[in-house]
Write a protein that binds this ligand. Structure first.
Ligand code: MCF
Ligand code: FE
Length: 415
């Protein structure tokens, strides 16, 4: 009998397929010794046990795909109280003043951020890197990482420098490329990246066929600026950046058109219109960071606007730049309480699929669902009395704390 195949079982197995299949007393069998380890079979534990003797059943436990946190800034992990909340204007003003302190000596906070991911059951991340200072730590970490090298900067005279700095980071990340560390590209936002820089960088995305990500229409000020060249961003450009008679770098349509044909992660989108969402539904995905959105913009994205366009919300923590921690379960719990008008059982499933199946798809990862042939990225959470529950997705969100066991690529990273 093959000892290299591991079988684990639990009271409830959340398959995380579109229909949210739950297997009572279920089991998952997967490879453990290959370079890439995949799920071989899933079903009832007692049936699988006949075939796979290297087996362990977790009583009072839920087994599900490990979470995929599609948008996180590890480099901002030193922020606790430096940045101001309550309005995007206050936040960005405080970032401009305080970022140097926050961004110095980041190694320790990046490591803590990685650990917080693993402990909360995250197996994969979409990491936005502004400076490349988190690259080595993430490449050496147990996490599966889509590493988004960020391009940012609007001053025309700085474009050459900014582009070459971007290229250096991007090429360094390509050197580290592996099955578990995948280079990608982020454009910071429509208010902060010069057209020439954005176009050059997006050309690389197309040529190399790598994933793209962008912060988009996060604040009401951003929409006002792009639509009417006015409002808080005008004074920000004049007073903070010292630019005379500033003009927006794009209108909204022009900005979106640059992403035509790329499968982009559009992050936040709190102030996106129906037609913006129509474009996104054809060219990408929506990533929502509920606690970040509450703290910076006093808003949550409206699921019904997404559903009518067949867009499935994807949930992520953002960085500690706009959050109290990087715990994925805490993020989902905050949304569970925040979206009080959505049916609580439906909402629980939306939150779980929005942190497993849909972000994996958006990032092009072969995980996020427990099906034959998918990567063995699996978490086990202890959850008292879950076998008796008729609302296990909701009870999982309410009661799960630290992951009991976490497998990434079939290896037990946390035992
Ligand atoms: O997602 C949040 C809020 N929106 C925009 N940017 C950031 C967030 N957390 C960190 N950032 C970073 C961003 O990547 O802040 C920096 C950029 O490098 C400066 S914003 C001008
Ligand atoms: Fe962000």
């Amino acid at each position: 009998m093959n000892q290299e195949i591991r079988l684990i079982g639990g009271s409830k197995v959340f398959v995380c397929d579109e229909g949210f299949t739950i297997i009572d007393d279920g089991g998952v069998a997967f490879n453990t010794q290959n370079e890439q380890n995949f799920i071989i079979e899933i079903g009832k534990y007692k049936d699988l046990k006949q075939k796979y003797p290297n087996a362990l059943f977790y009583e009072d436990a839920i087994i599900l795909p490990s979470f995929v946190n599609a948008h996180i800034h590890f480099e901002f992990g030193n922020n606790i109280s430096s940045f101001e909340y309550g309005g995007f204007d206050r936040w960005l003003g405080s970032v401009m003043k305080k970022r140097e302190d926050v961004l110095s000596n980041i190694s320790e906070c990046v490591k803590l951020g990685v650990d917080e991911q693993l402990q909360s059951g995250v197996g994969s991340v979409g990491a936005i890197s502004s400076y490349g200072n988190d690259m080595q730590i993430l490449a050496n970490s147990p996490l599966r990482v889509i590493y988004f090298n960020e391009a940012i900067g609007s001053t025309p005279s700085a474009i050459d420098f900014l582009y070459s700095d971007f290229l250096n980071r991007y090429n360094a990340s390509k050197e580290l490329q592996s099955n578990k560390f995948i280079p990608a590209i982020a454009i910071h936002s429509p208010y902060s990246v010069h057209k020439v820089l954005a176009k050059k960088v997006l050309q690389i995305s197309k040529a190399d066929n790598v994933k793209t990500s962008v912060h988009f229409l996060e604040s009401k000020f951003e929409r006002e600026w792009l639509e009417s060249s006015n409002g808080w961003f005008k004074s920000f450009y004049e007073e903070v950046l010292g630019i005379k008679s500033p003009k927006p770098l794009y209108n909204i349509t022009e900005f979106l058109e640059m992403f035509e044909g790329l499968d982009t992660l559009f992050v936040h989108c709190l102030f996106a219109s129906g037609s913006d969402l129509d474009f996104i539904s054809k060219n990408g995905h929506i990533i929502s960071c509920p606690r970040s959105n509450r703290l910076l913009n006093n808003a949550y994205i409206d699921f019904s606007l997404l559903a009518s366009r067949n867009l499935h919300p994807i949930f992520a923590t953002d960085g500690k730049s706009s959050n109290n921690n990087l715990n994925m379960l805490d993020e989902l719990r905050s949304a569970l309480f925040g979206y009080f008008s959505v049916d609580i059982d439906e909402l629980s499933k939306i939150l779980i699929l929005g942190s497993t199946l849909y972000p994996a798809r958006a990032l092009g990862l072969e995980c996020g669902t427990l099906q034959m042939g998918k990567l063995a990225d699996i978490s086990v959470f202890q959850c008292p009395q879950i076998d008796k529950s008729s609302q296990s997705p909701l009870q999982f969100l309410l009661h799960s704390q630290k992951v009991k066991t976490l497998y990434i690529n079939g290896k037990d990273i946390i035992k």
